[in-house]
Design a protein around this ligand. Sequence first.
Ligand code: ATP
Ligand code: MG
Length: 693
Amino acid sequence: MSAGLNLAQLQAVHYTEGPCLVLAGAGSGKTRVITHKIGKLIDNGLAPKRIAAITFTNKAAAEMRERAKGLIGKPAKDVMICTFHSLGVRMVREDGHVLGLKPSFSILDSDDVTGILKDCAGGTTDVATARQWQWTISNWKNAGWDSRKALAMAQDDHERSIALIMQRYEERLTAYQSVDFDDLIGMPMRLLKNHAEVRDKWQRLLGHVLVDEYQDTNATQYELLKLLVGERAHFTAVGDDDQSIYGWRGATLDNLKKLPIEYPHLKLIKLEQNYRSTSAILRAANNVIGPNPKLFPKTLFSELGEGEPVRIQDCDTEEHEAERAAMRIQSLRANMNPQPAWKDFAILYRANHQAKPFEKALRKLNIPYKVSGGTSFFDRAEIKDLCAWFRLWINNDDDPAFLRAIGTPKRGIGHTTLGKLGEFSGQHKLSMFGALFSHMLAAVLPKKAHEGLLEFGRYINDLEYRARHTLGAEASRTFMLDWLKEIGYEQYLYDSEDSETVAAARWTNVLEFCDWMSQRAGGQVEDAAGTTTQTEVKSLLEVAQNIALLSTISEREKEQDMVILSTLHASKGLEWPHVMLVGVTEGMLPFKLDDNDGKQEKVSDDIAARLQEERRLMYVGITRAQRTLVVSWTKRRKKGREMVQCQPSRFIKEMNLDASTAREDPREKLRQLREQLARKVEAAPKLLENQKL
Ligand code: ATP
Ligand code: MG
């Protein structure tokens, strides 16, 4: 496991006897250390299933699994390569009964949570307010607070009222046998903290825990990690304080500061060589991050040569910016030798909504692309509809799923009936599904309405039974198609959409989803290339069990040859040969810091901290690039319906490109010119040939 590692990396890989922190800048091979260390631990005799490697996103986990497989082969499959959340799901499934939770609990998504919070306030609140509460409650949870603590800590009436809503929310979740995403970290943490037998079990199981992107862990994740590794503290954390970009979600650099204090025998290793980017790109990155205070001093250098200078592009509008980006991709594809693939290009921006003009421009030139980190396939209404049915099979007490499933498609059960059912279930402390089988319900509902509800309940039970006994891909697909026919889902889509094209597109999504789901049920599975493999057979019910979690997973996305459009946040840890950092306009990046569009005289502590985080975001963006980097901004930008005048981001100035060009080695320039010339000479016959045509 020592091939392709430098001395410092080797040191980190070989040190397996205690806590280890690798602290280093972007592209210095931190993630590589983790993959190699997994191999080393297995070589040392640690069983693969006793190793947990925790990454930040599901995409990163999937990539690490691939890399580990390449390095170690088959045993990699048993290593727990996961995110904090997927580890949390496993822990709560196995041991949540200690907290009174069934193994078949439901995982609520963000929309479900908003709905429940609205409900907790009597249903009169608007969505925006409910979202604000959601945000506050989530922050409290990430800090390890429950409603009791929130109530005790409340500073004013406003906070007190949110704490009371949180209390009701907690009661609802218990009644629904459901957890939200924050619980997937908080619950395992509490399980380990308060239940010695569970703690012993996990500490005995895990021989070594590795954590990537450690700088973005929050307080609860830190606690969880500490409890998982126990006194022995066999763990490896890798991170970069300059890439901490999730402060807004409760991540805290305190976790980095705390580590050497709480683990005095911590082995601290720094990596200084960047293997990803050219010197020109790295210098721009170092210049940008320069003004931020340093938690740990580090220097980064690259031996990949000066490379192409970083380019700044000013554009008139976002449409103009998008057109230029698309044309650049097309022209590099046509002129570079060897020809880059589409997936060698990435367009990175601050916020999801910025993708639109780029999508249009790429489509216009027939360039294949994929929006990553944007609206997920699984966030589409039709997919969520189907998932609601699955959730209900798995956990009959999941009221939000019950309400969604009973309404899609409509089954002639009206609001009044559902309202009465809700009231009845509240009075009798039953879930809605549980309540509809109560013999007392007949007394409060007209006969027809009662019959309708019972019929739905029986149908769910029947589906659940059938799904439990449906094994493998083939049978699962047939089952799903039959079921969709039974409930008339395709017709429902056509009835509820004005446009037939939209309805057809939604139905195609549904079919794609059915394929994807059934493939996961295993057996003889054929991939897109027509190769058949035999995988472990599961029941459709088992497949459905993880559905709420999978809804955030882009695992279904195969490595396709497509240009990537991504938010900066979602680009963390990844790399591309050619990167275009777009919308680097003051007010977008850095994001508007106050009402004066960043021109404030007095910079409060809060604003200063936010500016530092924005600067780190820019640093993350720049350091994704391996060979070329273009940074663009627009003179005008749409803001609502208006066009507003814009300034280039202050970060462009901070990149200090003039100075860096001045420092450019003339020999390097000559080499580049020679290379360009050679390319032109090589391309000449092809050009001539094209002309003949
Ligand atoms: P980030 O901070 O962006 O997450 P990182 O520190 O995790 O970056 P890696 O992604 O592990 O860096 O490595 C960056 C690139 O450098 C990868 O392509 C990796 O394969 C390569 N690399 C890392 N170490 C070496 C090495 N010793 N020799 C050759 N290539 C290396
Ligand atoms: Mg990394």
